[in-house]
Design a protein around this ligand. Structure first.
Ligand code: AKG
Length: 318
């Protein structure tokens, strides 16, 4: 099987709303250049600036076992692979700087700021960001800040989100592997695990393993390096795996999808129809999660906002 050639991705410079909308309907990822490049965030967010403006803020940090990457199954399983700690932002920046400079620290965990709600946790620097005006809905904005993956923390395992995502690279580079949402089960979600995260895959997509994962669509891989100032549109239900190449900061703008999107975006409806029965099956066969499923359906289809729900969950998570 030929797996070395990754597929390519469309790049577009400063699209207007109509141009964006045309591409969006294709239900394919694409990169937007020359928009975020002009944000103050891209120009100003040095560690000193961040410390000065919001260093005292308390932020939630993922604490990860030092060898969490060795056990691929943990990513998707109910065991989870991290717990949340609260920390002063300036202390976290010191942690990052120590990692970058190769200094030892006294922590027995690795950290990744991946649960940071931007507007709620960093109100002092909101003005440095010009919200993209392409999708006319209120976004949930997630702030990601971590080391390069050679320092072992900033990797996000293969998963999809049930939301549109405009993912903006502010500082450093990120490597993103994308897979179109074909047959759900060929992504090996933890369907047998009653508490497993069904939008996660058990596959490490950068390590070809045909024996364990013969049905995985290895050859469908799109691989990109996202540079500072670039935005990638990741459609809802597209699988993605993200690794930090350098110490880096990114923002995800997540938007709810609405029922009409299912009919406007090519193949979106068939994707959701392919996934949903497995969620049903999982809920029915695993005690205790039916209520979660009903909540999920309510959020997805009965107009209550999925992003609002996620916002509340992230705010309550400790
Ligand atoms: O930057 C990351 O580590 C992960 C980003 C991601 O998965 C997302 O925005 O959905």
């Amino acid at each position: 099987m030929k797996t070395d050639a990754a597929k390519s991705i469309l790049r577009i410079s400063k699209p207007n709303k109509d141009e964006f909308s045309k591409l969006w309907k294709q239900y394919q990822p694409f990169i937007i250049e020359d928009v975020a490049t002009h944000w103050d965030a891209c120009k100003n967010w040095s560690n000193n600036y961040l410390k000065e403006h919001c260093g005292d803020n308390i932020i939630p940090i993922q604490g990860r076992d030092k060898n969490f990457l060795d056990n691929y199954k943990k990513f998707a399983s109910s065991e989870g692979f991290y717990n949340i700690k609260e920390m002063r932002f300036s202390k976290y920046i010191d942690y990052i700087e120590d990692k970058v400079n190769g200094n030892k620290n006294n922590y027995d965990l690795e950290f990744y700021l991946s649960e940071g709600l931007f507007e709620e946790r960093f109100p002092e620097i909101i003005e440095d960001v010009t919200y993209p005006a392409y999708i006319n809905r209120k976004p949930l904005i997630q702030f990601w800040y971590g080391c390069s993956s050679k320092n072992y923390t900033a990797t996000t395992p293969l998963h999809f989100d049930g939301m549109h995502n405009l993912f903006v690279q502010i500082r450093g580079r990120k490597k993103i592997l994308l897979f179109p949402p074909s047959n759900y089960l060929s992504f090996y979600p933890p369907i047998e695990d009653s508490m497993g995260y069904l939008h996660h895959s058990q596959v490490l997509p950068h390590l070809l393993d045909l024996e364990l994962f013969p049905k995985f669509p290895w050859q469908e891989r799109i691989e990109i390096i996202l540079l500072p100032g670039e935005i990638i549109y990741i459609p809802a239900y597209w699988w993605h795996h993200v690794t930090a190449v350098d110490e880096n900061i990114s923002l995800s703008f997540f938007y709810d999808f609405k029922i009409p999107d299912l009919f406007i975006q090519k193949n979106f409806l068939s994707t959701v129809l392919n996934v949903t029965p497995h969620y049903f099956y999982h809920a029915i066969s695993s005690k205790g999660t039916l209520l979660n499923l009903l909540n999920q359906i309510k959020n997805m289809f009965l107009s209550q906002s999925y992003t609002e729900n996620l916002r509340q969950r992230m705010l309550n998570k400790k």
